[in-house]
Design a binder for this molecule. Structure first.
Ligand code: NI
Length: 207
């Protein structure tokens, strides 16, 4: 009997872990994030790092371009029906709540759909959300390398209509420090005020 209980407990834990992993991968509607678990992730160890991408002006940029400023990095795609727009609005609203301190932060949107999200398409898209939002795209290889740096999962989702498709992608917002080191992970669905409070506690006072 005890053995059965042990096996059941082990099975339950395994199911929970697999479930958490799958939800993380799909990035949809997840409420549990590393912030909730109270995990402090050492700067620069797990996520973030070098990238070479292309901005909306068609210029090549790297992680060095943003040194000296904080970055809020989000991966998504412009055809995303709901998750990406929600997260981008949250970022914009969190920055609005910071006042002059917002000048220390660059919000960055990196597409996981470079085929459709050309520099011109991204330029049109980002300005719908926030004038401060920097849109980045690149070759398939450049996007894959950036996503790997940030441990971002993405994949083209099958659609009945072959002319159109969606992208599955994980949905975390990464906070990168002025030194380029990873600082925090904001979960999907976080309230703008909570994000603003977390940023405020880290940013230098004033503008
Ligand atoms: Ni999305």
């Amino acid at each position: 009997m005890l053995k059965i209980v042990r096996i059941s407990a082990f099975a339950l834990i395994a199911v929970l872990l697999v479930g958490w992993g799958m939800v993380w991968l799909r990035g949809g509607g997840m409420k549990l994030g590393l912030d909730d678990l109270g995990l402090a992730i050492p700067g620069g160890v797990l996520m973030g790092g070098p990238f070479t991408l292309v901005n909306t002006a068609g210029e090549t940029v790297t992680e060095e371009t943003f040194r000296g400023r904080w970055m809020l990095v989000y991966f998504g795609f412009t055809y995303c029906p709901d998750v990406c727009p929600t997260e981008l609005q949250t970022i914009s609203s969190a920055l609005d709540r910071l006042g002059p301190q917002a000048r220390q932060v660059v919000p960055v949107f990196i597409t996981v759909d470079p085929e459709r999200d050309t520099p011109a398409a991204l330029a049109e898209y980002v300005k719908l959300f926030d004038e401060r939002l920097v849109g980045l795209t690149g070759s398939k290889e450049q996007i894959a390398a950036a996503a790997k740096s940030y441990r971002v999962y993405y994949a083209r989702a099958k659609a009945k209509d072959t002319a159109d498709y969606l992208m599955d992608h994980s949905s975390f917002i990464y906070l990168i420090g002025p030194d380029g080191g990873f600082r925090a992970l904001f979960r999907h669905g976080m309230a703008a005020q909570e994000m603003a409070d977390s940023l405020k506690s880290r940013l230098a006072p004033g503008g």
